[in-house]
Design a protein around this ligand. Structure first.
Ligand code: C5P
Length: 231
């Protein structure tokens, strides 16, 4: 079976407070999304890279025009949806002629520019013979509290034992057929693994890296640039 990358990049990134969608913000001299496309394009195990943008995206054409080395390696799908799950599912449906049910799909956030080829390789090696698939994740370092309500005057309802907790990263790697089925049936989910979990399956946890964090808030930009300049 083959390995495809699918990158949902149809969000607006409101929390970062920039005047352009966050996946197009400049980081260490290149748009955030370009770092991600470059990494997957360089990864030898990946057969092809698909990026899902919104139908009215006004930035991707310039990005691709500035990246002749991505021609033939990366295909843009203008199928973004109202949330991440819809963007991923629309993208999967758009490539149904290209992908077989047993091919692997690595779904990766455009907002995680610190991904490396070594991490992609680690994920693939860990999961290529797995019956379910899995994801990169990191053990949680903070002590976590569950609140009694979702408002500013909340109090601690419970401390959640940290030893068994992991923070989910991406890529999340599942076989094409399973992923389409899981996302089609899933209720509200914020990642692919939870859709697969809703089918009663247990995705594998593969150790990720701090540099693969999700750029979300304004101060994340400086940290992302530090990691990117380390390369
Ligand atoms: O907003 P957040 O950082 O959680 O988004 C995670 C990823 O999902 C980003 O790469 C974002 O572009 C993508 N996304 C999408 N379509 C949406 C919302 C988010 O492709 N409607």
């Amino acid at each position: 079976s083959r390995y495809f990358a699918l990158i949902p990049a149809a969000g607006v990134g409101a929390r970062i407070g920039a005047d352009i969608p966050k996946q197009y913000m400049q980081l260490a001299g290149e748009p955030m999304l370009m770092h991600v496309l470059d990494t997957f394009a360089e990864a030898s195990a990946i057969s092809h890279v698909y990026v899902v943008v919104s139908a009215d995206d006004g930035y991707i054409a310039d990005l691709m025009a500035a990246a002749p080395h991505l021609q033939g390696r990366v295909t843009v799908l203008f199928d973004g949806g109202p949330n991440r799950r819809d963007s991923v599912l629309n993208g999967l449906q758009a490539i149904r002629e290209q992908a077989g049910d047993d091919d692997w799909v690595l779904v990766h956030d455009a907002a995680r520019p610190g991904l490396t080829c070594a991490l992609i390789e680690r994920l693939i090696v860990a999961l290529r013979d797995d019956a379910v698939g899995g994801l990169l994740a990191l053990p949680v370092v903070d002590t976590l509290k569950r609140s009694d309500k979702n408002t500013q005057d909340a109090r601690v309802a419970q401390t959640v034992a940290r030893a068994e907790l992991w923070a989910a990263q991406t890529p999340q790697m599942f076989r094409y057929g399973l992923l389409v089925r899981a996302l089609t049936l899933a209720a509200a989910v914020t990642d692919e693994a939870s859709a697969v979990e809703q089918l009663g399956l247990q995705p594998r946890l593969v150790e990720g890296s701090p540099r693969n964090f999700k750029v979300t808030l304004p101060h994340d930009v400086a940290l992302a640039e530090m990691f990117l300049k380390e390369e």
